[in-house]
Design a protein around this ligand. Structure first.
Ligand code: R2B
Ligand code: URA
Length: 309
């Protein structure tokens, strides 16, 4: 506790570096970030990325491009937002846009896709000597007992058994890592949500699954091996364990950021209430507006942190 207090007292002075937890990295002559089409030899990463303070990740490439253009406007940066360039144009695995101190990256769907991206992102931030970086996952989710359109700021990212942990298989053995997120950032986001119109938000646990259909207890996949009653019982248990939404990346996101000393938050809008059904039936324009909500909230946070509002 004493150590913590001393650290907090001096936190204004201590730069929080991005820590990679790999003894082999330091001795590599070159590091090729293959899925970004970037490398330490061909790109000056400190020059390109050294001033990054906020990294926002989300599943869809188009949504993350739109977010970057939105941030360009919000930060009143010079030039036309339409002209922003995909830094990863050499690959179509992920897209990446930099607008001032904000990096916007897509991660695809599911744990394997986001974890590959996070390995390369965390190495990139490390090679670029970034410090005091906050990471956000902006996404969509299925709500558990919430009205569609509610933004859930994740307290704990939990697994299929509602435990705050992420299991990775390493050399044929299960390694378990904690999935705690930054409480301060979450509370700050909740506070800001109340300053914005039309942005219902709650703090709750987020369950991460490895499938959208059976894995989330849906009755409408190509396979279904359980009854309607069994589905509802699972969702009720999830609700009792504090779960308010279900998505597919939060546990590995939380676990990797935590190990590497990165402050992180997960902000996902709910597209439906899973107690009412499985299919996403809202009209396209309604869904588009829902998906803007996490972006508006995180943009508000960034502008506050930068002293712009
Ligand atoms: C939310 O939405 C996607 C599935 O539709 C998945 O990436 C997630 O976490
Ligand atoms: N994303 C998910 O993973 N589940 C949903 O129900 C909606 C979006």
């Amino acid at each position: 506790i004493l150590l913590n207090a001393v650290e907090n007292e001096h936190s204004d002075y201590i730069k929080q570096q991005v820590q990679v937890k790999n003894p082999y990295l330091g001795s590599m002559e070159e590091d090729i970030l293959y899925h970004f089409s970037l490398s330490t030899k061909t790109h000056n990463l400190p020059e390109m990325f050294g001033d990054i303070k906020f990294v926002c990740v989300g599943g869809s490439p188009n949504r993350m491009k739109a977010f970057a253009q939105f941030m360009h406007q919000e930060l009143k940066l010079p030039g036309n937002p339409k002209d922003i360039r995909d830094i990863c144009e050499g690959t179509d695995r992920y897209c990446m846009y930099k607008v001032g101190p904000v990096l916007s990256i897509s991660h695809g769907m599911g744990v394997p896709s986001i974890s590959i991206m996070l390995h390369e992102l965390i190495k990139l931030l490390h090679h670029a000597q970034c410090h005091d970086v906050v990471l956000f996952r902006l996404g969509t989710s299925g709500g558990v007992g919430l009205a569609p359109g509610t933004v859930v700021i994740t307290d704990k990212a939990v697994d299929y058994a509602f435990l705050p942990q992420f299991e990775q298989i390493v050399l044929g053995k299960v390694i378990t890592r904690s999935t705690e997120l930054d409480e301060g950032v979450a509370n700050e986001l909740l506070l800001y949500s109340s300053e914005i119109q039309n942005l219902p938000a709650v703090i709750g646990n987020t369950m991460c699954t490895h499938d959208f259909y059976e894995g989330q207890g849906r009755l409408d996949g190509a396979l279904c091996s359980f009854s309607h009653e069994e589905k509802l019982e699972y969702l009720r248990k999830a609700y009792e364990a504090g779960v308010r939404n279900i998505e597919m990346e939060s546990t590995v996101f939380a676990a990797m950021c935590r190990v590497c000393g990165l402050k992180a938050a997960v902000v996902c809008v709910t597209l439906l209430n899973r107690f009412d059904g499985d299919q996403i039936t809202s009209p396209h324009d309604v869904l588009v507006e829902y998906q803007e909500r996490p972006q508006v909230l995180v943009s508000h946070f960034i502008k506050k942190r930068l002293g712009l509002i």
